[in-house]
Write a protein that binds this ligand. Structure first.
Ligand SMILES: Cc1ncc(COP(=O)(O)O)c(C=O)c1O
Length: 289
């Protein structure tokens, strides 16, 4: 991508994309996905409207951080059509691709027909093997030019850490039973979060089908203020709960002010306690709406 090139990303999105875009001089053009339909892919007309001669790529994260949304095969095929029509790249961050629930499967962009030269898949070992910090990632492309350009950059950056490489090679042999158990556990954790929040008055949380995050709408004036208040001014039996204000996952100003992202990486009992804490907090929060 050249400075000034545009990349369209449905938002809310993983906040680091903004940082990476800034360092490469690319401009992020957000398209809003909405909590009321569970953060499904925005209508294709929205993409058409956003595309300019400067647009070089569409980027998605599937399953999604922060929303947990899992794009369907049909949604991805719709994206493929527009990618083909305007000859764009399609970057797909699939680092959570093992984490798909309720008998759903992640449909990788690598399976899309007719745009083989346009697709770049991004992946990492860090979610799959709970190895954040291993700093081993990869991208997959059939496009030789993209590949050789990335190789130049990779060689200039030298190698990822030795320990991470040794770990990642060994991790490939992780048996399927490990993932079966992990998925079962995450479904139980997700259910605690989603069911608890949807029982709280004025709250709404779509049921995410992947990753280990959910974005919930709460009856609050300002999610940054609420999250700060939880940490500084509130406790329930000497405990509190830490949430991420969803504002940080939107680049559009004013979006996500009544939404928070919840990561359900805790065990079920701790999550139940956290949900109780949130329920009590919402009863006394001075900025409740
Ligand atoms: C969507 C998404 N992509 C990429 C990453 C980065 O993964 P890594 O640990 O390999 O840097 C993360 C980590 O949180 C993520 O959520």
């Amino acid at each position: 991508m050249d400075p000034g090139d545009e990349v369209i990303i449905p938002e809310p999105f993983y906040a680091n994309y903004n940082g990476f875009a800034v360092t490469s001089g690319a401009i992020v053009k957000p398209i809003i996905s909405k909590i009321d339909n569970g953060f499904a892919l925005p209508p294709i007309e929205e993409f058409e409207k956003a595309i300019t001669p400067k647009t070089k790529a569409i980027m998605i994260c599937n399953p999604n951080n922060p929303t947990g949304y899992l794009y369907s095969k049909e949604e991805l095929e719709t994206l493929a059509e527009i990618v083909k029509k305007h000859d764009l790249f399609l970057f797909s961050d699939e680092v959570y691709r093992e984490f798909a629930y309720d008998n759903n499967q992640v449909y990788s962009v690598m399976h899309l027909k007719g745009i083989e030269q346009n697709v770049v898949l991004l992946d990492s070992v860090s979610k799959r093997y709970s190895a954040c910090g291993a700093r081993i990632g990869m991208f997959v492309t059939k496009n030789k030019e993209v590949y050789s350009t990335a190789m130049k950059l990779a060689q200039a950056r030298l190698s990822p850490p030795t320990f991470g490489q040794i770990f990642s090679e060994a991790a490939i042999d992780t048996p399927k039973e490990y993932f079966d158990a992990v998925l079962k556990e995450y479904v139980a954790r997700r259910n605690v979060v989603v069911e608890s929040i949807n029982k709280m008055p004025g709250c709404f949380c779509p049921n995410p089908k992947g990753a280990f995050y959910a974005v919930a709408r709460l009856p609050i004036d300002n999610s940054d203020r609420f999250c700060q208040w939880l940490l500084e001014d509130f406790n329930y039996n000497m405990e509190t709960v830490m949430l991420a204000p969803a504002t940080g996952f939107y680049s559009a100003k004013g979006k996500g002010v009544d939404e928070v992202r919840i990561s359900y990486c805790l065990n079920v009992n701790d999550l139940k306690a956290a949900m109780k804490c949130l329920e009590e907090a919402l009863k006394v929060y001075p900025g409740r709406k």
